[in-house]
Write a new protein. Structure first.
Length: 343
């Protein structure tokens, strides 16, 4: 048996030395280790070996099989590497001095709407501020008049971090910092990503965007709020728009409102976008609560302010006719190709 094994291994070595390709190696593997391979055939002889020698012969054959396996595998790896090198180096030469192909991607629909809104507000003297995504409990809640244990905290189910901070639940979390940062009067907008521990559906995400605006000056009134919102919406929808205020509740504004816009798609006659109601609920807003001003060191006897918190995803969906908010976070390139605008 040992002699047969030696002959097969010698034969194998010769064949492997001559092998030039993966296909050659595959053929050798079949010839030696395949169903009717030379070593496989040797295993069939075990039945004729006397019982007391069966174990020793079995060991011998297993050793031969392993040896053949590792010789073939080593050659397969070497040949595969060689083939890869051939592919790389014999392929068409790349001229690395050529300019890169122009492939700049496109803007996300939400970014397009955000930039348009920013342009409108900056043209009216607003600064654009950035906000943190991780916020202190104080800024997210207490500074905007939602003290600890106040039931209003339940309005926004929050992701708490181990260090006691939160993923900001609304852009209002930046109000205190911005009110302290700028000298009065202040006109600022601050778009940003917000997080809430919410069930996701076509209209709600756990990660979404808002765009907040504040105006603090002497004698600011609801009239200012209406004026700025109408200006913004008219520019975005490219037509004169009508808005209405309904009573709302937010601890950080007094009075608080829900602002609706007369459906710009059907002029209020009724269509699928406004669910035939003629009005679209757009954004909550109100006059900044005196306590919020005080918390930022502003005297509410002297100054007043108004604020709004626009749902940027909602505005994007309206603008582009997207009916499921989940599309916006999906990373789906089809969405970008359909609505994105080249940067
Ligand atoms: C607020 O977050 C207030 N901070 C807004 C505000 C600012 C009021 C300043 C007054 C003055 P609200 O929870 O309603 O309010 O959210 C505002 C907008 O954010 C909603 O109208 C909606 O468009 C959007 N929004 C809220 N939760 C989600 C969510 N889970 N998914 C997508 N958009 C959301």
């Amino acid at each position: 048996m040992q002699q047969k094994i030696d002959e097969i291994l010698a034969y194998l070595n010769n064949k492997l030395t001559a092998a030039k390709s993966s296909a050659d190696c595959q053929a050798i593997r079949v010839e030696i280790l395949g169903k009717s391979g030379k070593i496989t055939e040797l295993f069939r002889l075990i039945k004729d070996v006397p019982n007391e020698q069966k174990s020793a012969v079995g060991q011998l054959l297993n050793g031969a099989k392993q040896q053949a396996e590792s010789l073939i595998s080593a050659k397969e790896v070497a040949v595969a590497n060689e083939e890869l090198n051939q592919q790389i180096f014999s392929a068409k030469k790349i001229d690395i001095t050529l300019p890169a192909p122009k492939c700049t991607g496109s803007l996300h629909p939400r970014t397009i709407v955000q930039r348009e809104i920013e342009e409108v507000f900056t043209s009216m003297g607003f600064v654009v501020e950035d906000g943190n995504e991780v916020e202190t409990e104080y800024n997210n809640f207490t500074a905007v008049n939602v003290p600890e244990n106040h039931p209003a905290r339940d309005m926004q189910d929050t992701f708490w971090l181990d260090n006691g901070q939160v993923l900001k639940t609304h852009t209002s979390a930046s109000q205190n910092r911005i009110l302290k940062k700028y000298p009065l009067p202040i006109r600022a907008i601050f778009p940003g990503r917000c997080f809430r521990n919410e069930d996701v559906d076509a209209g709600h995400e756990n990660t979404f965007f808002q765009l907040e605006g504040i105006i603090v000056d002497k004698e600011v009134s609801v009239g200012n709020l209406i004026y700025f919102m109408k200006e913004m919406l008219s520019k975005i929808f490219k037509k004169e728009v009508e808005i209405r205020l309904r009573p709302g509740f937010f601890p950080f504004t007094e009075p608080s409102f829900e602002m609706d816009v007369r459906c710009p798609f059907c002029d209020g006659k009724g269509c699928p976008t406004c669910k035939n109601g003629g009005w679209i609920e757009l954004c909550p807003c109100g006059m900044i609560h005196p306590q919020v001003l005080k918390n930022a060191g502003i005297n509410p006897e002297e100054y007043s302010g108004c604020a709004f918190g626009l749902g940027l995803d909602r505005m994007t969906m309206l603008t582009f006719g997207i009916n499921d908010i989940r599309e916006l976070n999906s990373g789906n390139l089809k969405l970008l190709k359909q609505f994105g605008i080249k940067n």
